[in-house]
Design a protein around this ligand. Structure first.
Ligand code: GDP
Length: 540
């Protein structure tokens, strides 16, 4: 029989981290503390712990003696955490460690279902747990969907239509408040929508290292087709490795031209299914509601393929999707529960502060006592307004909450130091990376002609060793969104005959994003050559 890592840690009375260290020493791969271990591994771990407690040296290999007395083994506590032993199995710092290791490690030998590994398993700590456990062990969760696209193409209207038709009306006839998300009940199940349309919200969250959406809907108006922000939205979804569905909107208009939009989609490498590709495209009208039911069905189908799962009994993790300060109630923050379950009374660690949940409400404004995975909840109890994209962890008491905050402060300092160094020697750093084979670029130029000219030249610069990945090529000055995209994708922003505004430059500076402007195409190309060189000549 199999046992989860965190369950075993609890049974043995040791910290998760301790078990992970032992697993590392045994060379056993795992994805997260929710991963399961087979009996042999459990016995090996028990053996090592028993030896450690007997004062012996830790067993160094795979042949540790099986210990039959596992649960009775005296706990080997890592320093400084004596007090809260068995309950201290939920530490965000641990969680971060776990997932960092997880993204680097190979699948567990006991893998039973490769399909259980979600496509975005390389993502950040807040990613829902990817488990090697048999599929039936970790329950499915509802998909979280974001809607992006060009201004006026109908994002808000589409969200409004879905909200009007698919959200259970509130009994008391109260006005539904905007809390940043809503839950739609469809014939195929529950779908959670982030209702801040536009990729700014999406990118702000991603820029802070969190991924909140499982699926991106790209809205394209049938009378306008693909526009600059459509391209940006596509680039953002692709950078996040989030599956996307194209909703061609406004098909009720007489001038609607669905086929033209489909043809234009192929130009940006999104080939619709009926054109032989694999991009899901649905024609809708946010005005009449035509096609919306199909769209919801495709969302459910996509979610099914993604096999989204999260353990309500696992360690809690969540992300702030919105927050505001209410004059009467104080700070109200909407948190998306990604894993585990939140309860009123829990301590929450966010950013570098912590608070205690005084009250929680669901997206309809109803009081709730607990909330599981894929549930957006509005929380009262933070002392300062958290920022969208902030990761939230829980702690069982004030003491552990404080500890977690101090770990975060330390981590930030380390990261800041690393950033500062990186900024000084970006090229050196790139040169030292042996495995980098892609140079991510964002191009901005004054005219479509320049963009195409530059792309043409760049295409010839690509080689087998180095791939030039132009994530986004646009006309006009670089935007804040570009900087956020560059920051999450480690891209360089190259501008030709346009330059960044002071605020955009400042953000680029803060995020240590390389942003350079050129007046001569060949100087820009020289810069690209330097970036390529940095990548092909590893310094050992
Ligand atoms: P957003 O900027 O993408 O959020 O776009 P909006 O939802 O604000 O829509 C922009 C305009 O297009 C508004 O005047 C909407 O009434 C209109 N609109 C949105 N969807 C449709 C549609 O399906 N059909 C028609 N005829 N108009 C639409």
């Amino acid at each position: 029989s199999k046992v989860r890592i965190y369950t075993l840690a609890k049974d043995l009375g040791v910290e998760n981290q301790k078990l992970l260290e032992i697993l590392d020493s045994l060379g056993v791969a795992y994805k997260s503390v929710s991963s399961t271990l087979d009996t042999e591994t459990v016995e090996a771990i028990s053996g090592i712990l028993a030896e450690e407690n007997a004062g012996g040296t830790p067993a160094s290999g795979e042949t540790a003696a099986p210990a039959t007395t596992a649960p009775d083994v005296q706990q080997a506590q890592p320093e400084g955490t004596q007090a809260a032993a068995p309950q201290a199995t939920t530490t965000p710092a641990l969680k971060d460690d776990v997932t960092q290791t997880a993204s680097a490690s190979a699948p567990t030998p006991s893998t039973t279902s490769p399909s259980a590994v979600s496509q975005s398993s390389t993502a950040v700590a807040t990613e829902a747990p990817v488990s090697e456990a048999p599929a039936s062990e970790i329950p499915h969760r509802s998909p979280v969907v974001t809607i992006m696209g060009h201004v006026d193409h109908g994002k808000t209207s589409l969200l409004d239509y879905i909200r009007k038709t698919k959200v259970a009306a509130k009994e008391a006839g109260g006005i539904t408040q905007h809390v940043g998300a809503f839950e739609a009940q469809t014939s195929k199940g529950r779908i959670v929508f982030i209702d801040t349309p536009g990729h700014e919200a999406f990118t702000t969250i991603r820029a802070r290292g969190a991924n909140v959406a499982d699926i991106a809907i790209i809205v394209v108006a049938a009378d306008d087709s693909i526009m600059p922000q459509t391209r940006e939205a596509i680039a953002h979804a692709q950078a996040a490795k989030v599956p996307l569905i194209v909703a061609i909107n406004k098909i009720d208009l007489p001038q609607a031209d669905v086929d033209r939009v489909k043809t234009d989609l192929t130009m940006v490498n999104l080939v619709p299914e009926d054109f032989g590709g694999d991009t899901v495209v649905v024609a809708v009208s946010a005005k009449t509601g035509e096609g919306v039911e199909d769209l919801l069905e495709y969302i459910s189908l996509t979610a099914e393929l993604e096999d989204l799962r999260a353990d309500p009994k696992g360690e809690f993790s969540g992300v702030v999707i919105e927050s505001k300060v209410d004059r009467q109630s104080g700070v109200l923050a909407t948190v998306m529960v990604q894993q585990g379950t939140l309860h009123v009374g829990d301590f929450l660690v966010v950013g570098e502060t912590y608070g205690k949940i005084k009250a929680m409400t669901d997206t309809l404004g109803g009081r709730i006592k607990s909330a599981g995975p894929s549930t957006p909840v509005q929380i009262l109890g933070f002392s300062e307004a958290p920022v969208s994209g902030d990761k939230v962890a829980s702690a069982t008491n004030e003491h552990t909450a404080r500890e977690k905050v101090s770990v975060r402060v330390d981590t930030r300092r380390t990261v800041e130091e690393a950033r500062a160094q990186r900024k000084l020697s970006l090229e050196e750093m790139m040169g030292s990376l042996v495995e980098v084979r892609e140079v991510n670029l964002i191009l901005r130029a004054d005219t479509q002609g320049s963009v195409e000219a530059i792309q043409g030249i760049l295409a010839k610069r690509e080689s087998e060793e180095v791939k030039l990945n132009v994530m986004l090529a646009g006309i006009g000055a670089p935007t804040e969104g570009d900087v956020l995209l560059a920051s999450t994708a480690e891209a360089t922003i190259l501008c030709f005959s346009v330059s960044a505004s002071a605020p955009v430059k400042k953000i680029a500076d803060q995020k240590a994003v390389d942003l350079k402007s050129f007046k001569i195409i060949y100087e820009l190309i020289d810069e690209v050559d330097r970036l390529i060189k940095g990548n092909v000549e590893p310094v050992f």
